[in-house]
Write a protein that binds this ligand. Structure first.
Ligand code: AMP
Ligand code: GLY
Length: 420
């Protein structure tokens, strides 16, 4: 079958890598792709948030199945346009993508589904929001309602920070995303991510992961999109995962179906776990990046069969074949990230690295220039390895990191420390 993947980061490189291992894949196109993806698939330039353009491209290229990587095309309704045109699609409808695109919507769904999450209130007016913060006190969490590229959440440890965040959001600091604000109770505990496939009805867990959001070692410094991840997440034990499924995820999926917006695709549940009890922090309607990289390394070729089953409504027949293994990915970023950084530096040493089912360098932000791989983004490489233990996976990942010659890049040396 002919497959199109939308996106061009490390997540999409990992998806492409897993899909290519499955003999069902005859032709794979990734749009826009990147220099690493170009080594295993065809890259195409395409306006991926434009449903009409994507449908035309699929007609021209005789595509059978489309996998949507990032949230923006989902929030723009690209999955709906493709389904209307008769294509099989992995990714939720625009209506169902509101589980990520609107924090207020997700809170309402949790209320209706009786799913444990932080207490909250919702505001469209700064003065009312501030009065609520003064009444509740700190710590407290202020969130822009809409998509804000991961920047719309302020965890305020004191009242002044929370009040300032409200002014900032209603003052337009987060664009349209901040026109509505959700204020939440601060939750204590350990965070972990739970990934599930859904076909509108059946829910199938496909793995757990934890990531490191802070740029500095020991989880210090500025927030990033993620500096590394590992799977499985020890805190999401089988018992805790089952509780999350029974108390949070299945009721959410049932409520979505009841509202006429059944959820199809991957659901990424961010959970806070305290004393063995999970509560929902947020949903994302896509794979995490870099969490996808460790999940794909563990799932391999079966990932395509599972995604197809989700798209075609036959997940009830599927099961995941788990290896009792661990995977880790270390993000190599351009010096300066998540602040200002230079683009265009040359990365050497990649050709001599293994590219196997247990060691892969996924490219997140690279471009080929005159036959050389150069950095074209903040997060640039995802050095990923698998092992019988997390320590094995970590040793293998850093072995590859050490063989990469890129003076303009950096990484954290402590990925996985909480679990090790
Ligand atoms: P979100 O974009 O909703 O995942 O929020 C980003 C991060 O803020 C989460 O990964 C948590 O670390 C933190 N966070 C969000 N909501 C809460 C909450 N209610 N209590 C504590 N931490 C939170
Ligand atoms: N790594 C966090 C995310 O993809 O949202």
């Amino acid at each position: 079958m002919n497959i199109l993947i939308l996106g061009g980061g490390g997540r999409e490189h990992a998806l492409a890598w897993a899909v290519m291992q499955n003999p069902k894949c005859d032709k794979l196109i990734v749009a826009p792709g990147n220099a690493g993806i170009a080594q295993i698939a065809t890259c195409a330039s395409l306006e991926i948030d434009n449903g009409g353009a994507v449908v035309r491209f699929c007609d021209e290229e005789a595509i059978d199945f489309v996998i949507i990587g990032p949230e923006a095309p989902l929030a723009a309704g690209v999955a709906d346009r493709l389904r209307e045109a008769g294509f099989h699609v992995f990714g939720p409808s625009q209506a169902a993508a509101r589980l990520e695109a609107s924090k207020h919507f997700t809170k309402e769904i949790c209320d209706a589904a009786n799913a444990p999450t932080a207490g909250y209130a919702h505001f469209t007016d700064a003065e009312a929001a501030k009065a609520y913060i003064r009444a509740q006190g700190a710590p407290i969490v202020v969130k822009a309602d809409g998509l804000a590229a991961g920047k719309g959440v302020i965890v305020a440890m004191d009242e002044a920070t929370a009040l300032e965040a409200v002014d900032d959001m209603f003052g337009g600091g987060f664009g349209d995303a901040g026109a509505e604000v959700v204020i939440e109770e601060f939750m204590q505990g350990e965070e972990a991510s739970f990934f599930l496939l859904c076909d509108g009805q059946t829910v199938l867990p496909i793995g757990t992961a934890q990531d490191h959001k802070r740029v500095g070692e020991g989880d210090t410094g500025l927030n990033t999109g993620g500096m590394g991840a590992y799977s499985p997440a020890p805190v999401l034990s089988p018992e805790v995962a089952q509780r999350a499924l029974d108390e949070i995820i299945q009721p959410t999926m049932d409520e979505m179906a009841r509202r006429g917006m059944p959820y199809q695709g991957v659901l990424y549940a961010g959970l806070m776990i305290e004393n063995g009890a999970p509560r929902l922090v947020e949903y994302n309607v896509r794979f995490g990046d870099p969490e996808c990289q460790v999940l794909m390394m563990r799932l391999g070729a079966q990932a395509l069969d599972l995604m197809l089953a989700a798209a075609e409504g036959r997940l009830y027949k599927e099961q995941v074949n788990w290896a009792e293994d661990h995977a880790m990915t270390v993000v190599m970023a351009a010096k300066g990230y998540p602040g200002a950084y230079d683009k265009g530096s040359v990365i050497q040493g990649l050709e001599s690295l293994p590219a196997t089912s247990s060691q892969m360098v996924f490219h997140a932000g690279t471009k080929e220039v005159d036959g050389q791989i150069t950095a074209s983004g903040g997060r640039v490489l995802n050095v990923t390895a698998r092992g019988d233990t997390l320590a094995d996976a970590q040793a293998r990942a850093y072995e590859m990191v050490d063989a990469i010659d890129w003076p303009e890049g950096f990484c954290r040396r402590d990925i996985g420390w909480r679990a090790l």
